[in-house]
Write a protein that binds this ligand. Structure first.
Ligand code: ARG
Length: 461
């Protein structure tokens, strides 16, 4: 068990049980880089402000670099039983440089130390996730371009509704992922403020320069109020919410890919990499990868709700409950980054069966609305009357065992004499898809326009 360096008033060694509950090193060791970076900036500021001597600073600086090297090479193990990453780094530093190491914690508390470390971690991943989203959107745009003419039965209630194209469908997802990306960037901007120098809760009598450490660590500025800064975890909640929402989008897309790769649909085939076999049924290819993406969404929601719950009753300022902020964030970040990489690859490599999609458009009378619109436009009927006439046409098509798009002008006129032969051309699925050329609509020209606008936005990022 490590020698306690922060226990002037606690004499008995903690029981193993208490240590297991109390210690965060087993997980917050992931913050070692941020912790050392934060300490380097703090030490330099202490020297510049005349709070520690230049000699002590040099010893600390060299020592911290050595600790970093030792952690990365494995020479200094982070499984040594220290309470947390902050105590572990400080202990090792003091072993290496002696008394100078004990001066590092001047004008600082673990409360502002952990706040700055964790914020740097979260901000870094806000940007990393945004970069991965950018790659995913780029791939979606490529596939959308390739399939801007591939007919796809658009659905509501999972029932055939109107003809669309696959590119348009993919652009719907690209739009969701664009909002996700913007959310990560917004969060980055809002939270890019340094809590370092806030000390325990009330600031410090030492003449610290928070502007300097903020700048050195790449923050826009220091935070406004120290009491808030050591207890606030909004930045962590934001990344959890952003990830939960993004995973919800990933999950919806995964669900469609699972459905589309069934023998009932047969619209897409996932590459062999993204499917696995069954241990008993030799013929099977299961979509385990999109299923896992859908399944992992659950833990992303859980992590968000869990931290919201941890925070809800906490009086100001720091409380140890806050230590519960990290594992969920680490887990969500890992899940998000892995999911984005896998999803991009899966979209890139899946093969699309255009014929199957087009064949599916021949079921479900997708162009019925077009005929009703024609009756309104060309025959001057009120929409409700047109709606009823087309209902009769659909009944007749079912009697004939055809799709509405296969009815002849004669068959149509038999149902209602006002349906002129020219209306027939509207019933073609592709004509119908291209007729929906209103802004943001499915027509191939509009789909291409959306792709172009999204590409412009992406390039301007
Ligand atoms: N391991 C702690 C955490 O993650 C560091 C802060 C401890 N501060 C304190 N006053 N006990 O929250």
């Amino acid at each position: 068990m490590s020698k306690k360096i922060a226990s002037a008033r606690i004499s008995a060694e903690s029981s193993a049980l208490l240590k297991e509950l109390n210690d965060s090193l087993p997980f917050d060791k992931a913050l070692y880089r941020e912790d050392i970076r934060g300490s380097l900036a703090h030490a330099r500021m202490l020297k510049e402000q005349g709070i520690i001597s230049a000699e002590d600073y040099e010893a600390i600086e060299k020592g911290l670099r050595q600790v970093l090297e030792e952690i990365e090479s494995g020479a200094f193990s982070l499984d040594g039983g220290d309470e947390d990453i902050h105590m572990a780094v400080e202990r090792r530093l003091t072993e290496i440089v002696g008394d100078a190491g004990k001066r590092l914690h001047t004008a600082r508390s673990r409360n502002d130390q952990v706040a700055v470390d964790f914020r740097m971690y979260v901000l870094r991943h806000d940007l990393q996730i945004a970069a991965l989203l950018r790659k995913l959107i780029t791939t979606l745009l490529e596939r959308a371009e390739e399939h801007a003419e591939t007919l796809l039965p658009g659905m509501t209630h999972l029932q055939h509704a109107q003809p669309t194209n696959l590119g348009y469908h993919l652009m719907a997802y690209a739009s969701m992922f664009r909002r996700d990306l913007e959310r990560f960037l917004d969060s980055y901007e809002r939270n890019n403020l340094s809590p370092l120098g806030c000390a325990a809760l009330a600031g410090t009598p030492h003449p610290v320069d928070r502007q300097m450490t903020a700048k050195e660590l790449g923050f826009r500025a220091p935070t406004l109020n120290c009491l808030d800064s050591v207890s606030d975890r909004d930045f962590a909640l934001e990344i959890l919410f952003n990830i939960a929402t993004m995973m919800m989008h990933i999950s919806r897309l995964s669900e469609e890919l699972i459905l589309w790769s069934t023998s009932e649909f047969g619209f897409v085939r996932l590459s062999d990499k993204h499917a696995t076999g069954s241990s008993i049924m030799p013929q099977k290819k299961n979509p385990d990868i999109p299923e896992l993406l859908r399944g992992k969404t659950g833990r992303a929601y859980g992590n968000l709700v869990s931290l919201l719950t941890v925070m809800k009753g906490l009086p100001l300022a720091y409380n140890k409950d806050t230590q519960e902020d990290k594992e969920g964030v680490f887990d969500s970040v890992h899940t998000a980054e892995l999911s984005l990489r896998v999803l991009r690859e899966m979209i890139d490599e899946m093969s699309v069966d255009r014929e199957a999609m087009e064949r599916a458009c021949m079921r479900g009378h997708l162009t019925a609305t077009d005929l009703a619109d024609w009756l309104v436009r060309e025959a001057g009927l009120p929409f409700r009357d047109a709606y009823h006439i087309v209902g009769n046409v659909v009944n007749r098509a079912e009697e004939l065992g055809k799709d509405i798009s296969q009815m002849t002008p004669e068959e149509l006129a038999e149902v209602d004499a006002r349906i002129a032969p020219e209306a027939c051309t509207l019933l073609d699925n592709r004509a119908s898809m291209n007729a929906r050329a209103s802004e943001g609509g499915t027509a191939t020209v509009r789909t291409r326009e959306q792709i172009g606008q999204m590409r412009e936005w992406l390039e301007g990022l």
